[in-house]
Write a protein that binds this ligand. Structure first.
Ligand code: FAD
Length: 399
């Protein structure tokens, strides 16, 4: 026999739990289905285990989307302060780390506990682990959902199955399949907030630098579409990572260059030319005033400079070239580490198919998409969870 409910939410991650709890608090009969055996793994591993659950500065400018105004309404109706008020009720301790980023003092488990408790208090029915075989639109209104725990008839179905990143903890393309089934436009998905890689031959000279990290300016794009961040960069065996590269990866277009200023506060060519007249140091020792010695040595070697050369004996032209290499290092990534390492998926269901107030598909009444499944992608720094809360709340208030 069919079970009749008001709302079925598929995906019990950040957005799904927020949506289910919000709808159930309004008296809706809500079933929450997730195929994982462990709840909200992505929240658990986020922010190095402490979950960067929001950003105090979160605003529409911190999100990428082909339809940049779409996120405004939901973000303004569920703000970082709203989420903090929820955490306050559960006495979750948190701290600000960097640029408005808020983390749990103890563990990301605190966030999972809050969301699960909200769902339980509002009597959300769990179907977990549970799988969905099909979502069918009924002739009059509503949907028939065939799940591993039987058939559900519902007025509303909310797709909250996230993006494609980290398949080993349960990411699937379920949202994209549903989008195809209902003939919704998609914005081409691709890995974002992801380390960038370089072809093995060109990267070989930089491999000895793996593990070194420093604050840089990083940019990509031309004048009109230039994006720039000042964040930490990390050298890896296959390329570059760290917050600087994760941020820029979301804006980087395959084939385009990224530009890195390894010494954002120093005009190195000027310093080297001045040093030439009053320093007896060799190049490596001189550079070590500005950079960790291992990095200075490695960069000199990688760029074909002799660290033992006396600064005073070097040609101005070579010193200017070195300044250029370190202040305006331009390099073209060959690709990225892909979905297995990406924190998020850029692209997804085209938001022009959805209502910005409710997240409902305008041409399929009762069908909703929330969270990372759609084409709204936050910068690094707690913005993606804020989008999960805000879009989940918008749909949960509307279903
Ligand atoms: P998810 O949280 O991914 O939830 C989707 C749910 O759907 C999962 O529970 C999954 O099991 C379920 N599901 C998938 N397919 C199916 C299916 N076919 N049937 C049933 N269930 C299904 N963002 C931040 O803002 N701050 C951070 O600190 C941060 N750290 C991160 C660290 C890492 C390593 C990663 C990978 C991501 C991080 N993110 C962070 C991004 C953030 O985790 C996501 O943007 C956010 O979880 C998206 O929420 P969501 O509810 O849309 O999807």
């Amino acid at each position: 026999m069919n079970k009749q409910v008001d709302v079925v939410v598929i995906g019990a991650g950040a957005a799904g739990m927020m949506c289910a709890a919000t709808a159930a608090k309004r008296g809706k009969r809500v079933v929450l289905i997730d195929h994982a055996s462990k709840l909200a793994e992505k929240i658990r591993i986020s922010g190095g285990g402490r979950c960067n659950f929001t950003n105090l500065q979160a605003g529409p400018a911190n999100f990428l989307s082909d339809n940049p105004h779409f996120c405004k309404s939901a973000l303004s109706r569920y703000t970082p302060q709203d989420f903090l008020a929820l955490l306050q009720r559960y006495r979750v301790a948190w701290h600000e780390k960097h640029k408005g980023q808020l983390f749990c003092d103890n563990s990301a488990e605190d966030i999972i506990h809050v969301l699960k408790s909200e769902c339980d208090a509002a009597k959300v029915q769990w179907c977990m682990p549970g799988t969905v075989g099909s979502v069918e639109r009924l002739p009059e209104q509503g949907f028939l959902i065939r799940s591993s725990q039987g058939e559900l008839v519902t007025e509303s179905v909310v797709i909250a199955t996230g993006g494609l990143s980290i398949p080993k903890i349960g990411a699937t393309d379920f949202a994209h399949q549903i989008a195809r089934q209902f003939q919704l436009k998609m914005v081409e998905p691709r890995p974002a907030l992801v380390p960038l890689t370089f072809d093995a031959q060109s990267w070989a000279p930089f491999i000895p630098l793996a593990g070194i990290s420093l604050e840089v300016d990083i940019a990509t794009g031309d004048k009109k579409q230039k994006m720039q961040f000042r964040e930490d960069l990390l050298f890896t065996h296959r390329g570059l990572s760290g917050p600087a590269v994760l941020q820029i990866s979301s804006f980087w277009q395959p084939g385009a260059a990224i530009r890195i200023n390894l010494l954002p506060e120093v005009d190195l060519a000027e310093e080297l030319l001045a040093g030439k007249n009053n320093s007896k140091k060799n190049l490596a020792n001189y550079l070590a005033q500005y950079l960790p010695a291992r990095l200075a040595d490695g960069l000199l070697q990688a760029h074909g400079f002799d660290g033992a050369a006396k600064l005073a004996e070097m040609q101005d032209k070579r010193l200017r070239l070195l300044g250029e290499k370190l202040n305006r290092w331009e390099l073209i990534p060959s690709g990225s580490e892909g979905y297995k390492k990406a924190e998020v998926t850029r692209g997804g269901v085209d938001t022009r198919e959805l209502s910005q107030q409710t997240m409902m598909v305008t041409k399929v009444p009762g069908l909703y998409f929330i969270g990372e499944a759609m084409d709204v992608t936050g910068w690094l720094g707690g913005y993606n969870f804020q989008w999960a809360w805000a879009s989940g709340f918008a749909a949960g208030s509307a279903v």
